[in-house]
Design a protein around this ligand. Structure first.
Ligand SMILES: NC(=O)CC[C@H](N)C(=O)O
Length: 273
């Protein structure tokens, strides 16, 4: 049976159709549900095996990108989402969706434990890009060895598009930063075209993110957020150079991210498929 993916949308969401298309290509079925419907009937979520927070400008990026939707989640759906994760079901936040998850307590999630005190609540943020402008272009990425179920078996370097104004990932402090490294929660980093480190600054690190962080997961590896847009590269013909490169650029690397989660959900690990 195909896993069912809930695409959560609200005013200002604008990547829901592309995200649904990516999940469908990856072998899932999808349903776009407005936040107001889920707030009225939180139990709806139990019929799904995967949850996606797509990109866009939720509530016009008022206050800060993702902040208002994050507040709705934190105040009304926190326990429902915690149960979803406890049931072994994957969640992804793409760009604005990543901003939402980071501004709740779900990503990077609880930090520490095993001897050290556990940090809960919001432990990082996504701030304005260092350049102060919205950036819309392709960038190079490298996966890190991590516990993230979404980023397994990606090539050592690959490209995806970015399109954001507030993408600078900043951990709350040095202890959170260290914990992200120690717990293998840094899933994706900005890199040079050959996969070598971006070096913390533009152009390879487009926004000034700490340690070139482009995507992180929580301690379970199920919840993943990233600033680049994997749903915008699910076909080789979406690559900017597909007519010029010989051999052609690798087909739609972004699709692998969605396939990983669909495979995971199909394997039935807590997914109830
Ligand atoms: N593409 C997006 O999701 C953009 C996210 C957010 N509106 C920003 O500009 O940072």
């Amino acid at each position: 049976m195909k896993p069912r993916t809930l695409i959560l949308r609200t005013a200002g969401t604008n990547c829901d159709k592309e995200t649904a298309h990516a999940f469908e290509l990856a072998g899932a079925t999808t349903e776009a549900i407005h936040i107001n419907r889920l707030l009225a009937e939180p139990g709806l979520i139990e019929g799904f095996q995967i949850l996606a927070f797509p990109g866009g400008f939720s509530y016009g990026d008022d206050i800060a990108a993702g902040k208002i939707l994050a507040n709705q989640i934190s105040h009304h759906l926190r326990d429902v989402l915690r149960d979803f994760i406890a049931a072994g079901k994957p969640i992804i936040g793409i760009c604005n969706g990543f901003q939402v998850l980071v501004k709740t307590d779900l990503l990077p999630g609880d930090i520490g434990g095993q001897g050290s005190s556990i940090r809960t609540g919001q432990t990082a943020t996504l701030a304005h890009n260092d350049c102060g402008r919205f950036i819309d272009r392709w960038i190079s990425l490298a996966p890190r060895k991590s516990r993230c179920i979404w980023t397994q078996d990606l090539p050592a370097s690959f490209e995806l598009p970015i399109a954001h104004g507030e993408g600078k990932f900043v951990p709350a402090d040095e202890s959170v930063r260290q914990a992200l490294h120690a717990n293998e929660q840094i899933a994706l980093v900005y890199a040079k075209a050959d996969g070598s480190p971006a070096g913390g600054a533009a152009p390879a690190n487009p926004n000034g993110s700490t340690d070139d962080i482009a995507g992180v997961c929580d301690a379970t590896g199920l919840v993943f957020g990233l600033m680049p847009h994997p749903e915008r590269y699910v076909s080789p013909f979406q690559h900017y150079a597909w007519t010029r490169q010989t051999p052609p650029p690798e087909a739609g690397i972004g699709l692998r991210v969605f396939k990983n989660a669909v495979q995971y959900a199909k394997s039935g690990v807590g997914a109830g498929v």
